[in-house]
Design a protein around this ligand. Sequence first.
Ligand code: SF4
Ligand code: SF4
Length: 429
Amino acid sequence: MTARAWAGLDACVHCGFCLPACPTYEVTADEADSPRGRIVLMRALAKRELPADDAALDLHLDRCLGCRACESACPSGVIYGPALEAARASITRARGQPASLLVGLWILARPERQRALWLLARLVRSTRLPELLVRGAAWSGTAPGHGAAPRAPAAPAPSVFALAMLAATRPGSERWQAPPEAPRVRPSTEMALFRGCVMDGLFGHVHGATIRTLATNGVAVREAPGQVCCGALAAHAGEEAAARALARANVLAFDATAPGLPIVTNSAGCGAMLKSYGEWLADDPLAERAHAFAARVRDVSEVLAERGPRRAGPLALRVAYDAPCHLCHAQHVVEAPLALLRAIPELELVPLEGSDRCCGSAGIYSLLQPHLSFEVLDAKLRAIAAAAPDVVATGNPGCLMQIGAGTLLAGLDVELRHPVELLDRAYRG
Ligand code: SF4
Ligand code: SF4
């Protein structure tokens, strides 16, 4: 995998067309924080001209969001994402990982280890205490607002931001809850649902909306027991062996319980990882099955856009769509979520400046690089404040939490929703 990953950088001719697309270069204006600069560093790592524990190499690769906007901007066809993952694996082997990160990945590796964690998180969330504490912190000035701030904001305390992220996962007011009866049509096909870890633990309401909207569009959802986390967080952290173990477990679980069925996911980050299982397991005895698995994976917006979707009731809301990086840059799914939203009568799709730019979430980046993450988020919040939508729609749990936390801290009156939640609500209308 590593040699193939480095080969993705071969096409780089150092033209610099990708620089304006890079959110970290926009913040630091440091060439080493640009895609071109990082490619130079990664090539030096691959040729062993720099050791994996070189301080400058580690600093600038740690600061990369892995958003892959540089790939979309590159006219030469550079494949950046796998090289970054390979570089991070080398760095991890050389310098190790913080114990807290290893514990977190160990918990996420098995659903039974996560149960108590998500139960506790949902309990705390249901009290609305996190939201009240965050609003209090924002009001008292310990957490800065963004919308009208004339200067670069200081990042809030990590504890305040973590509370804001938890508050942002709330299912929302009653109008977003499950309907007593969802409209259904006779299913013409069946698909398996990929549940994920964070998505299943904190966004069960989005899974509910996904199952109902698919049912309305003639798709019956089959559960696939035995599935585990997709492995994206382990891959981003440079834990290659852990990522491969999770990929193997998912291939075996879906082949056993949903053989041959299309696999539908509502998380852009999971979808990008699941679609790359062929590369992750290329040298594994399961290689052929991993390729077949990856070919079966579809984002829920792709499935619904292909099927119409069926006509919905009106929803008079101003909605700004924010494209998750791992949907638009990694999976190249750009139009499907917009088609889904356009299928809702009276929904006004308002333009959002920089909608395809990273929000600063990037897996666990907001926890590892809080200051840079917050500065990247600030640009997104300013764009949202200017667009003034009722709802920001985005199809990734990390983005829902990051932007949701930011809008809460900034005091912006906007809801964060997955696009299928809007379609689900419109079907009930
Ligand atoms: S990655 Fe692409 S756009 Fe960026 S410098 Fe290299 S060739 Fe140019
Ligand atoms: S992945 Fe994103 S943050 Fe990293 S170099 Fe590319 S554009 Fe910049």
